[in-house]
Ligand binder design. Structure first.
Ligand code: FA5
Ligand code: MG
Length: 415
């Protein structure tokens, strides 16, 4: 008999990100452009607007909540790894298995188990389990999204959690309880475990804390309103909106933490509130920054304007100059089999064009009645924040985007 051959080991493709190796699988969709941006850490660069807004929020919380010995009650975590498990980002927060935010088309995955956090809330449960009651999390978050002046695939969030015990919330003489003796009915206003009294006082604390934060950031006369919202990890939930250029702009989401999450993390004797806020939204309004791509600029004419010692120094961004736009359309037939998602095309545009891309939008689509084939037309607006682009330069990138789309998405370019 012939000796058995050693088993064939099929080489697994791997990916190295932040010095760690990940096995690629059908979920892998992280791009080299995104990997490069992970090292920028804008919220840790002194004299960057995102850093300055972080400092202002932290200083507000340090002053607002002071312990018995005069020290701040909140601690700050702004250096947690943006690579998290899908368990941290979704399961630990009770995000349902069929929730659309889990789709490959919405998040950046290293593989089916690891992803770039899509919100800083991903760390909430671990920090509670480590014994913390009051904390802020600040970090870069990643979402596959549309491309325009207020959306960028990387942005920054600040989350907060404040947990309180029966004893801390209600002094004995009040005769009030945080928890129902036996879980009650869940209603629009509260969870089954919580009493009406506890939810009333906690939502008052939460809302006044956030209204006052908005006033501290935007000025005492900022117009704001509360809107009912839904998050899988809080109930009840709200969003705070502020008036910006005559329109309501969503600033943050918040609510009373789901008791199941708090209890699972080992703090079942506490009730908590939490919120998550977008730092770019705040910085754009505080400093009059017109385009979200500017945060990624390394041009000294941008960074110089934010070089201050005191984060409370009033600053209004002075645009250096505005360079002309160059608009180019691209049309293609969608491959008949398989699912095509516009976000896949947006990623290609970003990867090839980088910060030359101001906007990409789907301007036309139609179905060929005979061939039964679908066609999409995208309009790409090219503009660099720091120089005038030449026609030649734009055409080269535009053609390359076309080639990449053919290669990676199997589309058929129309000429
Ligand atoms: C969340 O991410 C929740 N984790 C917030 C939360 C935390 C709720 C804790 C309750 C308790 P949402 O996807 O709405 O929610 O994002 C929160 C904030 O981030 C938004 O209000 C907005 O200010 C900012 N944000 C969201 N998407 C973008 C984007 N594409 N560009 C810039 N800012 C964004
Ligand atoms: Mg929202």
């Amino acid at each position: 008999t012939t000796p058995a051959l050693p088993p064939k080991t099929s080489p697994v493709a791997t990916l190295t990100v932040s010095g760690k190796q990940f096995e690629k699988d059908s979920y892998t969709n992280i791009t080299p452009t995104i990997i490069k941006q992970m090292s920028r850490k804008l919220h840790q660069q002194k004299c960057h607007p995102i850093y300055l807004i972080k400092e202002r929020i932290v200083s507000y919380f340090y002053k607002k909540y002071i312990g018995r010995t005069g020290n701040p009650v909140f601690s700050v975590y702004d250096n947690l790894d943006p690579i998290v498990t899908t368990h941290q980002n979704f399961d630990s927060l009770l995000v349902p298995h069929n929730h659309s935010s889990r789709l490959k088309s919405d998040s950046y995955y290293l593989n089916s188990n690891y992803m770039l956090r899509a919100h800083t809330t991903a760390h909430q449960s671990d920090l509670i389990a480590s014994g913390l009651d009051n904390f802020l999390i600040v970090g870069d978050v990643y979402r596959r999204d549309t491309v325009d002046s207020t959306h960028y695939p990387v942005f920054h969030q600040c989350d907060a959690v404040r947990l309180q015990t029966q004893h801390e919330l209600f002094p004995e003489e009040y005769g009030l309880n945080v928890f129902e003796k036996k879980p009650d009915r869940r209603t629009d206003d509260k969870q089954a475990e919580h009493t009406v009294d506890a939810v009333r006082i906690l939502s008052y604390q939460l809302k006044t804390t956030l209204q006052d934060l908005a006033k501290a950031l935007f000025g005492q006369d900022v117009e704001y309103r509360w809107v009912e919202a839904y998050f899988p990890f809080t109930h009840p939930s709200w969003e705070l909106e502020i008036k910006h250029n005559g329109e309501w702009l969503e600033l943050l989401g918040c609510g009373i933490m789901e008791h199941q999450i708090v209890a699972k993390a080992g703090a079942g004797d506490r009730i908590g509130w939490a919120f998550g806020l977008g730092l770019e939204r705040v910085a754009m309004r505080v400093y009059d920054i017109p385009d979200i791509r500017l945060f990624w600029s390394t041009d000294p004419s941008f960074t110089k304007q934010f070089t201050v010692d005191d984060p409370h120094t009033p600053i209004k961004y002075q645009p250096v100059s505005v360079y002309p736009i160059c608009v180019n359309d691209i049309s293609f037939w969608i491959p008949p089999e398989g699912e095509f998602n516009s976000n896949d095309f947006f990623d290609i545009v970003r990867s090839v064009g980088g910060d030359m891309i101001e906007e990409v939008s789907l301007v036309d689509q139609f179905l060929h009645p005979k061939k039964m084939m679908k066609s999409h037309c995208y309009r790409i607006t090219y503009r660099h924040m720091e120089r005038t682009l030449t026609k030649n330069e734009v055409n080269k990138v535009h053609n390359e985007i076309g080639c990449k789309a053919v290669e990676a998405l199997g589309v058929d370019l129309r000429v």
